[in-house]
Design a protein around this ligand. Structure first.
Ligand code: UN1
Length: 511
């Protein structure tokens, strides 16, 4: 099937373009152009010029200047900007979703879903722009009033991964903007064209509203650009999504200057499938969780912990479901599973399978790389399932690929112990119709993850909740609930409207 790439023109993508921008303006760069290849068909989609240090410096100066103005704009007026961004995204949803699907390789449904997630966070942020509430506290001193207020923080650095090339940035950017911050985005070098497309759309809204250059900045490039952001004292907050290795490096650098981070790193998410589960529901949750986005979500279901009474039956159900999966071009809506992001990811998938076999894993559904017509990019792999024991080293690791590990359990305490015995702590789920089991799973003795679900899978969180997790996942929270507080500075204020000066804690000090 010949690919229709008209959406690239619709998004004003050129063959070669600057990857550095302060909003409406694009900076010429001295760097060597970098190509972006589609894992869908192996074609070069276009080229971008990454940021060199000189452009980075220009961008940050502009961001700092824009912050001086933007912090003084009333929050609901800042919300109006985000509302218009949401309108723009609605207008371009079809095409931007197609670009996400083509450059990243996720199914078209998921590409559109990702843009919808951007629209949703815009709506959330618009409402939030009138709800940046602070508390009023009871002062212990007579004629004193005490309260807290939230002020804008500064330019926020946002480092994003290839797997959600547009929405994770938007979770950060939309919230940061209504909070009065400006945003400097360093996207994954693997999906930079998606970032350029977003930046162009933002630039149009900035032009329409005549907003200060520097409000929305893009600094494309490799890991070194992320390190510049991490080391930069002018960036009070760095929000980073990606590998644990990247997160540790960013965290150490930002901590050494006592800056703030929001880290959203790896997951090793499991579903506990009880003997009291609705197994049909469990099957649908497990299969989408494991093979959706070709296993490249940080919320992907990587482990199934299944009660012995239903273990054999569930294995058969899984085998049958995996037999129905259609793997192929993600822009063809009839396919369930697209390619991995690149050849390196394919190698990691193959190494994990080899390690699993070597450590005693038994494959229920075999993996492998697909070849032949339609699979020329070499990035299409078969989703596979291995029976393992929980202590195998490979099971402790997050491999960004559709490899599902399955293991049995006897009682719920054992299942929860297996569940929690991982370095990561992002998302989790239990499938059960038994109230005691589900409540126990959600109790302090239950799941140790940032996200815990009952009778739904581990992936596909909504934007209204805070997103993130514990342990090696990094501890950060983004998106909904009160995650906005990370993007602002809290000020505790006390006003004395009396004529005396009583000291707190009853301290006496007479002069
Ligand atoms: C990620 O993989 O980094 O919950 C984010 C989900 C999506 C976001 C995943 N809403 O699966």
């Amino acid at each position: 099937m010949k690919q229709n790439l008209d959406f690239l023109k619709g998004l004003h993508m050129q063959e070669s373009q600057s990857g550095v921008s302060t909003g409406r303006n694009w900076l010429a760069s001295e760097s060597q152009p970098v190509a972006s290849y589609s894992p869908v068909d192996g074609q070069c989609i276009g080229w971008f010029m990454p940021a060199a240090q000189a452009q980075y410096e220009q961008v940050i100066q502009q961001a700092v200047a824009a912050f001086q103005q933007w912090r003084l704009v009333p929050p609901p007026v800042r919300g109006e900007f985000v509302r218009r961004v949401g309108e723009k995204l609605r207008e371009y949803k079809q095409m931007l979703g197609q670009l996400v699907s083509y450059e990243m390789g996720k199914s078209l449904q998921e590409g559109w879903g990702e843009v919808q997630e951007m629209i949703d966070i815009c709506d959330f942020a618009v409402g939030l722009s009138r709800q940046l509430y602070g508390l009023t506290m009871a002062s212990e001193r007579p004629s004193h009033r005490m309260f807290e207020q939230w002020h804008p923080l500064g330019p926020v650095g946002v480092i994003t991964a290839f797997n959600f090339p547009v929405s994770v940035w938007s979770w950060n950017a939309m919230i940061a903007w209504v909070c009065g911050d400006v945003v400097v985005w360093k996207p994954s070098e693997k999906t930079t064209l998606c970032a350029i497309a977003c930046q162009r759309l933002i630039g149009e809204v900035m032009e329409e509203m005549q907003l200060p250059e520097g409000l929305s900045c893009l600094v494309s490039g490799f890991a070194e650009v992320g390190q510049w952001l991490a080391a930069d004292r002018r960036i009070p907050l760095v929000s980073a999504t990606g590998s644990v290795k990247m997160g540790r490096a960013v965290a150490a650098t930002v901590a050494s200057r006592l800056g703030r981070t929001i880290l959203e790193l790896s997951g090793n998410n499991a579903i506990i499938i009880s003997q009291h589960a609705d197994l049909d529901l469990a099957l649908r949750a497990a299969v989408f969780g494991a093979v959706g986005t070709a296993g490249q979500r940080c919320t992907t279901t990587r482990r199934l912990i299944v009660h012995r009474d239903v273990y054999d039956r569930f294995k058969e159900m899984l085998k049958h479901a995996y037999g129905q999966l259609r793997i192929g071009n993600p822009l063809d809506a009839s396919n369930h599973v697209g390619p991995l992001i690149d050849q390196q990811a394919v190698q990691q998938y193959l190494s994990a399978i080899a390690a699993c076999k070597q450590q005693g894993g038994k494959f229920l559904v075999e993996g492998g790389v697909l070849e032949g017509p339609g699979y020329e990019s070499g990035c299409y792999v078969k989703p596979c399932i291995a029976e393992v024991t929980p202590d195998m080293p490979i099971v402790q690791e997050e491999t960004f690929a559709p490899i599902l590990y399955i293991m049995p359990y006897q009682n719920l305490d054992e299942a929860i112990a297996i569940h929690n015995a991982m370095p990561q702590g992002l998302s989790s789920a239990i499938m059960t119709l038994n109230l005691r089991e589900s409540e126990y799973f959600l109790s302090a003795a239950g799941s140790d993850c940032g996200i815990a679900n009952v009778n739904l899978g581990t992936s596909g969180a909504e934007i209204g909740g805070a997103f993130g997790g514990e342990k090696d996942t990094g501890g950060g929270r983004e998106s909904g609930s009160d995650a906005w507080k990370n993007y602002m500075r809290r000020q505790t204020c006390t006003i004395n409207y009396g004529a005396a000066l009583p000291l707190a804690q009853g301290i006496r000090f007479e002069i």
